[in-house]
Design a protein around this ligand. Structure first.
Ligand code: NAD
Length: 504
């Protein structure tokens, strides 16, 4: 595995990270591929946070007055720099997060896509004009920059989640303070270098538009508590969201929460099973089951259950598991040993709750030594037990049968999380019921396509324990701005609304 580490070092250098930045620090960064230490980076001292907030506040005061289309120019340049760095940054995502090559590249492509989206948006931060009930009056709403945005991100999308937030926040006029996962600081540091290149080409951007906090939850806690940061966008576990939300609420800040998922697919009797199998395998084992939108529950009509499970077992048995940078690999490593143990514990619990496990064993042959490689598991369950309702961040697919579509829908919704969902059916009534108000209760609901792999054009996020936040496309930009309602009186009278009289 020496070659991998050497190439990782070469990539870090190409991305502009210096030896001084990568050595001598207290935060050890290990590659999930083989457990090797890639760098020891310097953590941001909590004592520096006041200076960070002061810089962000000063940057905000300057940036909010820059016209939005000009702010969009910075994001256009960022998109260009990301295109130039795509291969290197994608590879670094593989080394630091363990994603297979095409998923590492896909993550960077998603960053480029959101830059394109945000650039267009910079000319479309529209408010409404509203008919006033008073003669000689005009009403409208204006969207203004809101202030510095704190972005807390998870290890599994180490760079895309930042870009979803940063591209929108920056065109909306808000500086960004980013606290990446302590497991993936290198990709974040590389993003800052790429951003700095865009800033240098832009010319007159204020200093401090993007600040990076390298370290653990303590820095996240300090960020969340600060009144200088009116918006906190936090992506990670529901446990983290539960800690963050009350603190932000107490100071009347705004939260955009993107938390855990427990995503399901309903497969009806009319489904195209060949398509369903492909969609299931990609969404259940892609990124080794470490996507917030990974497929975790399969709710399949009893008449086709045995056939579908047999097809899945056949597909699972042939999955190439191993070095994510090797050509042909489809299943890379879990992020660390704790994740491997969590997967084993969940499988044990599933068995205790009546499940039958296929796969789920550690893989040691033909994979890099030092990484945690697991066979993806299919677990046939007698029903939706406690463990099925829990998000285990690993490639475990629970299978449950149903007889009536209402029963399937009920099962799909009967979990605490509400991120993504889908149905495979050629029956129009089932498809439409699934999308109706009485259908899926998730933020994302798909027909004949798996639950993962969203495009940036739509709003991304989910309900219930997933936190309710929306990021990326549609009108998610509104979460990064403050809305002001304006009434302008161009008459010589001063009528009051609702006919109220107050003559003096
Ligand atoms: P995690 O919750 O362990 O960590 C996420 C981030 O939160 C890290 O940067 C961490 O340092 C920080 N953090 C932890 N405790 C904090 C606190 N009390 N205050 C402030 N910051 C704190 O999550 P993880 O293991 O990195 O990621 C996996 C989880 O993220 C899964 O549950 C997954 O579903 C979720 N996720 C959700 C989405 C989404 O869009 N809904 C996207 C990606 C990941």
């Amino acid at each position: 595995m020496k070659d991998v580490v050497m190439t990782a070092e070469h990539t870090l250098e190409k991305l502009g990270l210096t030896a001084a930045e990568l050595t001598g620090g207290s935060l050890e960064v290990r590659s999930p591929i083989d457990g090797r230490v890639l760098a020891r980076v310097h953590e941001t001292p909590v004592a520096d946070m006041d200076a960070v907030f002061a810089r962000a506040t000063a940057a905000f005061k300057a940036w909010r007055t820059v016209p939005a289309p000009r702010r969009g120019e910075l994001i256009r340049l960022l998109g260009e720099e990301l295109r130039a760095a795509k291969e290197d940054l994608g590879a670094l995502v593989s080394w630091e997060a363990g994603k297979i090559t095409s998923e590492g590249l896909g993550e960077v492509q998603e960053m480029i896509d959101i830059c394109d989206f945000a650039l267009g948006l910079s000319r479309q931060l529209y408010g409404l004009t509203i008919a006033s009930e008073r003669p000689g009056h005009r009403m409208m709403e204006t969207w203004h920059p809101a202030g510095p945005v704190g972005v807390i991100s998870a290890f599994n999308f180490p760079v895309a989640v930042w870009s979803w937030n940063a591209a929108l926040a920056l065109v909306c006029g808000d500086p960004v303070i980013w606290k990446p996962s302590e497991k993936t600081p290198l990709t974040a540091m590389a993003c800052q270098k790429i951003f700095e290149k865009a800033v240098a080409r832009f010319g007159d951007a204020p200093e401090g538009l993007l600040q990076l906090l390298i370290g653990g939850a303590d820095l996240g806690k300090a960020l969340v508590a600060s009144e200088a940061v009116p918006i906190i966008s936090a992506t990670g576990s529901t446990r983290m969201g539960r800690a963050v939300a009350p603190i932000v609420a107490q100071r009347f800040g705004k939260c955009i929460l993107e938390l855990g998922g427990n995503n399901a697919m309903i497969v009806g009797p009319s489904a195209d099973l060949e398509m369903a199998v492909r969609a299931i395998v990609f969404s259940a084992v892609g990124t080794a089951g470490q996507r917030c939108t990974s497929l975790r529950r399969l709710i399949v009509h009893n008449s086709i259950r045995a056939d579908l499970v047999a097809r899945l077992k056949k597909a699972y048995a042939g999955l190439p598991i191993g070095d994510p940078l090797a050509e042909g690999t489809l299943v890379g490593p879990l992020v660390d040993e704790a994740s491997g143990q969590a997967m084993e514990a969940a499988l044990k619990a599933a068995e205790a709750e009546g499940g039958t496990v296929f796969g789920g064993k550690r893989v040691t042959d033909g994979v890099p030594e030092g990484g945690v490689y697991m066979q993806p598991a299919i677990v046939e369950m007698p029903g939706q037990t406690e463990i099925v309702k829990t998000e285990t961040f690993a490639p475990i697919l629970y299978v449950m049968g149903y007889d009536g579509f209402d029963e399937a829908l009920e099962m799909q919704n009967d979990v605490p999380q509400g991120l993504s969902s889908c149905v495979f059916t050629l029956n129009m009534r089932e498809a439409e019921q699934f999308l109706s108000p009485a259908g899926s209760d998730c933020g994302i609901a798909n027909v004949n396509i798996g639950p993962s792999g969203a495009e940036i054009g739509g709003a991304f996020g989910g309900e219930k324990e997933t936190g309710g936040g929306r990021e990326s496309g549609s009108d998610a930009w509104k979460g990064y701005m403050r809305r002001q309602t304006n009434t302008v009186n161009y008459s010589a009278e001063l009528p009051l609304a609702q006919g109220v009289k107050f003559d003096i």
